[in-house]
Structures are given as C-alpha cells and as structure tokens.
Design a protein around this ligand. Structure first.
Ligand code: HEC
Ligand code: HEC
Length: 240
C-alpha cells in the first residue's frame, strides 16, 4: 500500500470530512496541493487565468473533462502518445489551456507538481489512457445525436461536469465560463459540438472544420457518456 501523508492540520480536517479516508487500497490524497487546486496552480497559467488542474482533473479516480490524475504519474505515455512524459503532458495543459509558459525539469513548481502527482499514484498503474474524442461530421450531426434528453436527470450532472467552471465564473486563460442563463440560447448541436471538440492546440481535437476553438476543454465519451451529455443539454436549455 502506498500512501503519502502530508501531516498538516488541513489534512486532518479533510480526512475527517471525507468518508472512506484511510481505508483505500491505493494511494489517496490526504490533502490537496495548492499546485493542484489553489492559486499556485492557476498562477501556472496566464495572468488572467483562474483555472486550476482541479477545474478539469479530479484526484479521486472520477472523470472530469480530463482523465483523473489519480494513479497517473507512472503511466508510460500520455495524451494518446502525443506526450511522452508527465512533464510534457502537464506542459500541454499549462500552455494549451491555461495560457502559461512551459515548465522546465528543474523548475521548483514542476518538482512540486510531480511530487504531488506521485503522492496520489501507485507505480503498478503504467498503462496509458486512451484518447478518443467524439468528432462527428458537423453541428447538424451533433443535433441529431443529442436531441431529446431529460432535464431533471441532467441538472446534477451539469453541476458536476460543467459547474466547476460555469457556476463559478472560471476564466480559462482569457475566456470566462458564462452561467447557464447565457448558454440556454445555444442549439443542441452547438452545445454538443462544443463539449465534444472544444479546445486549442495541443488538445488533439483540432481540425479544419472545428468551429469550437476556445479554451474550454473537450469531454470524451469515456468521461461523459452520450446519455449523460444528452440530459445535460436538456437541462442547459430548460427554462430558468
Ligand atoms: C482547462 C482544462 C485543463 C486544465 C486546467 C488542465 N488540464 Fe490536463 N488535460 C485536459 C484535457 C482535456 C486533457 C486531454 C485528455 C484527457 O485527459 O482526457 C488533459 C490531459 C492531461 C494529462 C494527460 C492525461 C493522459 O492520461 O493522457 C495530464 C498528465 C494532465 N492533463 C495534467 C494536468 C496538470 C498537472 C494540470 C495542472 C497544472 C492540468 N492538467 C491542467 C484539461 C486540462
Ligand atoms: C474547465 C472549465 C470549463 C468546463 C468544465 C466547462 N466549460 Fe463550457 N466554457 C468554458 C469557457 C472558458 C468557455 C468560453 C470560451 C470557449 O468558448 O471555449 C465555455 C463556453 C461554453 C459554451 C459556449 C460556446 C460558444 O459557442 O460560445 C457552451 C455552450 C458551454 N461552454 C457548455 C459547457 C457544458 C455543457 C459543460 C459541461 C459538460 C461545460 N461547458 C464545461 C469553460 C468550461
């Protein structure tokens, strides 16, 4: 069993609040690093960026727009092979999403990120994650695929997957995530295409026909299923 315990008062509080803290088979973060979820993390991006690693990646094994960072540190490749090292993968996010400058191997901020990611990872997990965005022909194809969801089922899913940015006004690099009142007017197809293919290089989801190049991250079907996204879209478009 691998477990790194950072002994601070904060860690004790987190463990007291989280059920299951202390009885997991693999490593569990005993406390969040500021480089993962605090201002030290958002400061890795541009001066206007307020997104942190936690805006897009969980540390507990559950999906957000990005893969969970739990048990990621010892994978043999990242981003579907596009990033050979953990540093390269982190830099793709720091420069591509957050608008920051690439970290170097000896930068104390990188060493801090690396230490944290190792502390929530067990070396037995080495198999790379897949990278498979859902890219349909055009907005009309997304409209067909995602019409007819259930808004009631979508409400809690929106809070979980979209609310980490859209309910708190997160600025990713230089673009602010607007509240649902601003998203309601978009068509089903537009919202679905945004969620499935949004992103700048080097997200791996860019192509000539992409009409969603902004800094919002894309969600792959293995992170957010078609059914769940259909229900989220019904909720986004429902009356306020
Ligand atoms: C705005 C959203 C966003 C932010 C902020 C962000 N990432 Fe990512 N990250 C992604 C997306 C999207 C991917 C692409 C594939 C995936 O993980 O689903 C990715 C991929 C990765 C990968 C490779 C995952 C794999 O298995 O291939 C690592 C490692 C990573 N990010 C680390 C970080 C770290 C560390 C930070 C904070 C310094 C960070 N990211 C900030 C969205 C983000
Ligand atoms: C990491 C933060 C983040 C998350 C998580 C996120 N968004 Fe966004 N979203 C943004 C930002 C920033 C913008 C504005 C810039 C852009 O268009 O990329 C945006 C823009 C949008 C737009 C407007 C697109 C347009 O054409 O202007 C829609 C619709 C949207 N998001 C829906 C969603 C839905 C639905 C989810 C959840 C499945 C979600 N977003 C999750 C950050 C986020």
């Amino acid at each position: 069993m691998l477990r790194t315990v950072h002994v601070t008062a904060g860690a004790a509080v987190v463990c007291a609040l989280l059920s299951g803290c202390g009885d997991d088979a693999v490593s569990t973060p005993s406390t969040d690093s500021p480089l993962y979820s605090g201002t030290a993390s958002s400061a890795l991006g541009s001066s206007t960026n307020t997104a942190t690693c936690a805006s897009c990646h969980s540390n507990d094994g559950t999906p957000r727009s990005g893969e969970t960072l739990r048990n990621i540190a010892y994978h043999t490749a990242f981003k579907g092979g596009a990033a050979p090292t953990l540093l390269a993968a982190t830099n793709a996010c720091v420069t591509g999403w957050m608008g920051g400058t690439a970290l170097t191997e000896t930068d104390p901020r990188w060493l801090g990120v690396q230490t944290y990611l190792r502390s929530i990872s067990s070396p037995e997990f080495t198999t790379p994650n897949t990278l498979a965005p859902e890219v349909l022909a055009n907005e009309a194809a997304y409209e067909t695929a995602y019409a007819g969801g259930d808004a009631t089922l979508g409400a809690p899913l929106y809070a979980r997957f979209c609310g980490t940015c859209h309910s708190v006004g997160t600025t990713v690099h230089n673009a602010r995530a607007l509240p649902r009142s601003n998203l309601r007017a978009f068509s089903v197809g537009r919202i679905a295409q945004q969620v499935r293919t949004s992103g700048p290089p080097p997200s791996g989801a860019m192509d000539a026909t992409d009409s969603t190049p902004g800094p919002m991250p894309f969600f792959e079907p293995d992170e957010l299923s078609q059914t769940d996204l259909r229900n989220i879209i019904a909720w986004v478009r429902s009356p306020m």
